[in-house]
Write a protein that binds this ligand. Structure first.
Ligand code: NAI
Ligand code: MG
Length: 348
């Protein structure tokens, strides 16, 4: 999606639950300050929508994204165990957002690892997240057993593998590691591995392609994350490994994600609604802001994306303004003010 530089681009804005509204406010202020050509249509989803209309995913929100095909989304709370199905998963399904791209890079030197630079590409629609998940009553116990089935298709595996390899080539990456559990889940993750390896042959001249079993990968990420470049994996493993990778670069407060489909894209942080710190004004807005920078790249404004990333870098490392999750004392508001100062100093 590339637009002319004058054109205003409509986008849906979902503040979300928990810390969502606090960090969205910060990010919108920074985007405005850099002159991002986005015109927001603010819509509700999740608990915020339930409170208003009893529907966690109102038709008005879906309609807005159908029109704009572009959204920035705060985290949405999902009830654990029972209750409604994850709205995040439903949005990905509704708009066929098959690729979840989660880049993680060391932003603060002197932490656990100084040169992590990993992009995790997660299959976003299939696997164990398809929702064939239910209880079977046994005797008088309605939850006597639980059963879940995952589905990975050849077509879905090809689509995400193509995305990951093309992403790697376009972004100057050297290696793609396919992560699976095909030794145990021989069919479910075997089809994914087999399909990705087969397609990888087309890229053998441009990329190194290897594969790793998920448990070994989890361990090796902690021992030496610098051996990984792009990771291509299934839905559940991608969910778990992306939080692990966030931990390698300073935590969930820093890592963004994009949900990409052929006709729409939704940008968000990797983290959730953080109910433990909601309303306290101490949430780190930088993960969502990094997601907004990915959104600027996506709409063909990479220069603005770069300005935002530079501001994040300067605020963290030159100004030393960091929220508590990063060991600092700054509030969301302090970080926002520092970011605004940085972007306005650039005269943009
Ligand atoms: P979480 O990611 O919300 O929080 C995990 C820990 O990280 C908490 O201690 C939290 O305070 C901290 N944290 C997260 N983001 C932070 C930030 N920006 N600044 C400072 N600290 C931060 O995960 P949790 O607690 O497992 O999930 C809470 C809710 O969020 C659940 O309902 C879950 O389903 C939902 N969720 C939604 C996601 C989405 O909307 N894409 C993604 C992940 C979880
Ligand atoms: Mg997750």
């Amino acid at each position: 999606m590339v637009s002319s530089h004058q054109e205003a681009i409509p986008a849906t804005l979902i503040p979300g639950d928990g810390i969502g509204p606090e960090i969205i406010k910060s990010v919108v202020a920074v985007l405005e300050a850099v002159g991002a050509p986005l015109v927001w249509d603010v819509q509700k989803a999740g608990m915020a929508a339930v409170a208003e209309s009893l529907d966690p995913l109102p038709e008005a929100t879906l309609d807005s994204i159908r029109r704009s095909r572009l959204a920035l989304k705060g985290p949405l709370t999902t009830p654990v165990g029972g209750g409604f199905r994850s709205i995040n998963v439903r949005l990905r399904e509704e708009f066929k957002l098959y690729a979840n791209v989660r880049p993680a890079q060391t932003l603060i030197p002197g932490g656990r690892y100084d040169d992590v630079n990993i992009v995790l590409v997660r299959e976003n629609l299939e696997g164990l997240y398809v929702g064939f998940d239910h209880y079977i009553p046994i005797d008088n116990d309605p939850h006597g057993a639980a059963i879940s089935s995952g589905i990975n298709t050849r077509a879905g595996s090809r689509r995400i593998a193509r995305y990951a390899f093309e992403y790697a080539v376009k972004n100057g990456r050297k290696k793609v590691t396919i992560v699976h559990k095909a030794n145990i889940l021989k069919a479910l993750t075997g089809i994914f591995l087999e399909t990705a390896l087969e397609m990888g042959k087309e890229y053998a001249d441009r990329l190194t392609i290897d594969e790793r079993i998920v448990d070994a990968c989890a361990m090796q990420l902690v021992l030496d994350p610098t051996q990984f470049d792009v990771i291509l994996t299934t839905n559940l493993f991608g969910d778990i490994l992306s939080d692990e990778i966030a931990g390698l670069v300073g935590g969930l407060g820093l890592v963004p994600g994009a949900n990409i489909g052929e006709h729409a894209a939704i940008f968000e942080a990797v983290h959730g609604s953080a109910p433990d710190i909601a309303g306290k004004g101490i949430a780190n807005p930088l993960a969502l802001l990094s997601a907004a920078a990915m959104m600027l790249d996506h709409i063909g404004r990479p220069v603005l994306g770069k300005i935002v990333r530079q501001a994040i870098h300067d605020v963290l490392n030159t100004d030393g303004i960091r929220t508590r999750d990063l060991g600092g004392k700054a509030t969301t508001q302090d970080v926002t003010q520092a970011l605004l100062k940085r972007v306005s100093a650039r005269g943009s």
